[in-house]
Structure formats: structure tokens, C-alpha cells
Design a protein around this ligand. Sequence first.
Ligand code: FES
Length: 271
Amino acid sequence: MATVEHSSKVVLGGRRGGPDVATLRQDRWWVQPVVTVSILTSFIIYSTWAAFQNKNYYVGASAHRDLISPFYSPCLANSCEPGASHGLILHFWTISPALLILLFPLGFRMTCYYYRRSYYRAFWWSPPACAVADGHKEYSGETRFPLIIQNAHRYFFYFGLVLNVILTYDAILAFNQPGIGLGVTVGTLVLVVNAALLWLYSLSCHACRHIVGGQVKSFKKHPVRYAFWTVVSKLNPKHMNLAWTSLIFVALTDVYVRLVASGALTDYRLF
Ligand code: FES
């Protein structure tokens, strides 16, 4: 039987449906960009507000607790509340300690491959969704400032690991209740879950997977790397979910510590 071949001309920069039709999609493709803009904008507004507050980020010995907000840890500024610092103080920094460290988690998130996809679509319409026309006529990629900074993701990943270690240490300290002894409060659980989610987000990172298993010709000769790569590869498909969950939870952790520190909420002791 003779086969009929169909071919259509590919036009670079062209639009399906013609030059005046942005998309032929009939579904609600715009929901995802709207949700992304809403969550990211809310997070940016809240975290900026919280970073400039410079108060209510630590619940200390006077309340028999050792809880610090992840936005303010490590607390390195001269203005750190008593007990909030781990010992290292940069005396020249006298404004909010959060402003000293937020660049690193922010840089890690901003350069994340998953977030790039989300905010390129949601904020820049580049393109807003599959089979929807791009909002721009030109695309220069990540070859010049500011987007060339995206190539530094791997280095932000390393900084992120250091922060994860510090936040894990904070979560361990949260088991200590000065004047009472060891125990678990709601705040302890909040800090533990926050640290765990940040580890899962970092370990599911695409750069992490490449660092662990990339440039290896034979896993047989690298059993330890293979073991790590196997674990990381299982987490990697969940990176999108972990990105959103950890982002929302880190803000909720700050909210929780802030409410307890301000006296608006009691941090209940579980045992
Ligand atoms: S790809 Fe998302 S954190 Fe690395």
C-alpha cells in the first residue's frame, strides 16, 4: 500500500494559528503561571518584610527554648539577639542579620533549573506554556548579564549545603530547653521538618545528581558514588514538589518562630 507523507513547513518564530493568534489551546493553560506568580510574589514580599524586621527571630533561654528562624541563621551580625549566634560575629554588620545571608538561599533558588522554568514562564512569558506564543521577539538565552548568573547554580548549591548543615544544627539545638532539659516542643518539630525538607530539596537538585554521578565512565569502579547516585536519582523526579514544599515550609517556620518570639503563640511542649 502506498504511504502518504504529510509535511508542514517549519517557520522559526512563527505561531501556530497564524501571527495574530497566541495559541490554539482551549484548556486553562494560564492557571499554572498564575499560581506560580502568586506563590513566588507572596514569598518574596513576606521574606523581604521578615528580613527587614530584625526582631522576633529567636526564642531563647528566658522562654526555656532555643528556636531560631531559618531566615536569620547563621546569625552573624553585631546586632544578633543574645544566644542566637553560634559564636562567629561580624562586628561591622550592624543591620539585620538576615540581610547578610539571604543572598545564598535566594541565589540557590533563583538559579534552580526547576524554578527557572517556572518563572521564565510565569513572569517573562518565555513562553507562558507549551504551544503558547512567546511574549518576546528575541531570546538571548543565558549568555549575558543578568541571566548568565544562572550558570553559577552549582556554586550556590555548595553554599546551600553549608546552610543545611547549620539549620540541621539549629534543629538539634531545638531539643534543648534551657532550665528544663531535653525535650520536644512543636517548635522542635517545625525546625526538624524544615531542615529535612531543605536537605531533600538540595539532594534532589539536578546539579547534585551530576556532581554525584557525572563524568563517571563505569559505576563499577565507583561503588560509593553509585550508591549516592541511586539515592539522588530517586529524589530527582520529586524535585518540583520538594521545591515548592520546602519554599512554603521555610516561610511557615519563620512565621512560627516569629509568633512565639512575639508572645502571640505558645510553643507547646510535647514531652
Ligand atoms: S536544580 Fe533545583 S536546586 Fe538545583
